[in-house]
Design a protein around this ligand. Structure first.
Ligand SMILES: *[C@@H]1O[C@H](CO)[C@@H](O)[C@H](O)[C@H]1NC(C)=O
Ligand SMILES: *[C@@H]1O[C@H](CO)[C@@H](O)[C@H](O)[C@H]1NC(C)=O
Ligand SMILES: *[C@@H]1O[C@H](CO)[C@@H](O)[C@H](O)[C@H]1NC(C)=O
Ligand SMILES: *[C@@H]1O[C@H](CO)[C@@H](O)[C@H](O)[C@H]1NC(C)=O
Ligand SMILES: *[C@@H]1O[C@H](CO)[C@@H](O)[C@H](O)[C@H]1NC(C)=O
Length: 366
């Protein structure tokens, strides 16, 4: 709560708008944004900086606060993401949350984005140092999961991006051996729910499709504000009485019912790119991020076994690759790369209308 003195100080500084914004923590949130459940069994009750480093920790509390204060999930011992989704553990850039530490020298580039609806981190690095085997194109983690209690089970996330530590319900993390992208949905309105803005059913299209942003950051560290992207797979089609209409893309999926019957859902053609990449502003660059603890001081086992690029766990963070689980035609790497480099809206639209024609049917949101 703001003290009277602090409020008086803010009043005196009324011309310094940044001070006012920084000083005001958001206290009410739209429905579906703030997590109200219990914490995962291994997690501290609240995000906590400065906890003891514990490289055998099973804690699963992620925090994403700043370009150098964040966590991601990775396997407890070397294993592909696709096999360890339910029991991955938290690795953080700083000692916090009773979690494991990401050693210095692991991360080679980060773009941290703050928007009105989410906080997003795009990162590059040698994630074999946190037990992701070389060549594992990884997969997607979220609070839903096959058991309804999250992938990993008991995984929780917080951010202080709204002015104080808050537990958020919806998030998505794509991670591979060399790249990750992580979004926590911190807001909602009647157009965008937190669940749709952190939509978790597009695990084969990769970071650049699901979380548009600046992917040309390997080797640099930046922290920016950015406009809000459309929710993953949403494409605006028209505006009716001032209300935007969207078509949505659903990933192709073939499954088997308990009676053995095979079924297929989703679209046959994957759009080549998100509708647009939101522009960013107020970027601050940093030369590196560090916690002072190098890899060789942590006493952890070292790079895991290398695995073939096609793990069957989905294309995950690094973009498409052929997997056995989908009949969809996948966008190529160069298409995804083009999106990161800022394809003009018109070009994407042309591609998209071709896609609609091919689909012959799309879901409309009223
Ligand atoms: C923690 O994660 C579990 C599993 O996803 C979820 O059921 C619970 O609501 C979360 N609690 C908080 C406070 O985030
Ligand atoms: C490290 O984490 C493991 C697993 O969560 C726990 O059993 C152990 O007590 C922790 N060690 C310390 C020193 O906290
Ligand atoms: C959020 O966390 C960062 C990094 O730990 C810290 O520097 C900053 O003061 C925190 N902001 C708020 C509003 O608590
Ligand atoms: C919800 O927020 C988005 C992004 O700022 C905006 O474009 C949209 O108009 C908002 N919807 C409503 C109903 O205010
Ligand atoms: C990121 O940069 C590092 C250091 O130059 C390099 O080893 C790594 O291969 C790059 N990652 C990607 C995905 O290009």
């Amino acid at each position: 709560m703001l003290s009277a003195l602090f409020i008086a100080t803010l009043g005196a500084l009324a011309s310094a708008t940044e001070v006012q914004i920084v000083g005001r923590a958001q206290t009410s949130f739209p429905p579906g944004v703030i997590a109200t459940g219990t914490m995962g069994p291994n997690n501290p009750p609240e995000p906590t900086l400065g906890t003891a480093i514990n490289q055998t920790s099973m804690a699963r509390l992620l925090t994403a606060n700043t370009v150098d204060d964040w966590c991601i999930f990775a396997p407890p011992t070397p294993e592909v993401i696709g096999n360890s989704e339910t029991y991955e553990v938290a690795y953080c850039t700083k000692p916090r949350n009773n979690a494991r530490l990401i050693p210095d020298g692991t991360i080679s580039g980060v773009s941290f984005l703050k928007t009105d609806f989410y906080v997003q981190i795009i990162g590059f690095g040698d994630l074999t140092k946190i037990n992701i085997p070389y060549g594992d194109y990884g997969g997607e983690l979220d609070p839903h999961g096959a058991y309804g209690s999250g992938n990993p089970i008991g995984g929780n996330v917080t951010s202080n991006i709204t002015g104080s530590d808050q537990h958020f319900t919806e998030w998505m993390l794509y991670v591979s051996y060399q790249q990750f992208c992580f979004r926590i949905c911190t807001n909602a309105n009647s157009t965008y729910s937190a669940e749709y803005m952190c939509w978790h059913e597009l695990d084969e299209v990769g970071c650049q499709f699901v979380m548009p942003g600046n992917y040309n950051i390997n080797g640099t560290f930046e922290s920016c504000e950015a406009d809000v992207a459309y929710p993953p797979g949403w494409y605006p089609t028209a505006t009716v009485n001032g209300v935007p209409q969207f078509s949505t893309f659903a990933q192709r999926y073939t499954g088997t019912l308990s009676n053995g019957q095979v079924y297929t859902v989703g679209d046959t053609v994957t759009p080549p790119a998100p509708y647009f990449t939101p522009s960013s502003s107020n970027c601050v660059k940093a030369s590196t991020i560090a916690n002072g603890v190098p890899y060789n001081q942590l006493g952890i086992s070292g790079s895991g076994p290398s695995v073939p690029a096609q793990t069957g766990s989905g294309a995950g963070a690094s973009g498409p690759s052929a997997t056995g689980s989908s009949g969809a035609s996948q966008p190529t790497k160069s298409n995804n790369g083009a999106a990161a480099q800022g394809v003009k809206t018109e070009m994407v639209l042309v591609g998209f209308w071709a896609v609609i024609a091919a689909l012959g049917g799309i879901v409309m949101f009223a």
